[in-house]
Design a protein. Structure first.
Length: 166
């Protein structure tokens, strides 16, 4: 009986280790610099893309270390509401060490409109490196919805001067 009592704590420890073995014990995340362009997004513009540039300098990683297809863009408004994940619509390019991504302008405009329209927003980019380390970065931008504004009343036409006699 005494040997069974000594064995139970070992079984409990073993059970805990088995359960924890399926769970990541350490979660690593790297912060990257993100530049969202345009800095002012016209909600009525008809452009094709918005551009996101990611700078990995100082992280120990490069654009070549990214897990293909892992990058997403989320738009967040000032109250913390977020858009669904947006995926790049063009293949990524590397220019001067920066990863350049193109996202559908109309998708970003639709997301901003659903989050409240004109105002200040945060573009949050995230993804993973091939070793499983996550990265994230953000940039702010402004959304505008310009129009002609209120129409000013037309001024009355001035009378034409009389024509000189011939």
């Amino acid at each position: 009986m005494l040997s069974k009592i000594r064995f139970l704590p070992l079984l409990a420890i073993l059970a805990i280790l088995v359960i924890l073995s399926d769970m990541p014990l350490v979660y690593c995340q790297t912060t990257v610099d993100v530049d969202f362009n345009p800095e002012t997004l016209n909600l009525k513009s008809r452009g094709q893309y918005v551009t996101v540039a990611i700078n990995f300098s100082g992280t120990g990683y490069t654009a070549n270390n990214i897990t293909k297809g892992s990058i997403t863009l989320v738009i967040k408004n000032s109250t913390g509401d977020t858009s669904p994940d947006l995926k790049p619509v063009r293949p990524a390019q590397v220019e001067n060490g920066l990863l350049i991504l193109k996202f559908s302008r109309s998708s970003v405009q639709d997301a901003v409109k659903k989050l409240g329209g004109a105002g200040e927003y945060t573009a949050i980019v995230s993804g993973t490196f091939s070793n499983g380390t996550a990265f994230t970065g953000e940039d702010t931008f402004r959304a505008i919805s310009p129009g002609r504004g209120p129409k000013s009343p037309k001024s009355p036409k001035s009378p034409k001067p009389p024509k000189p006699p011939k």
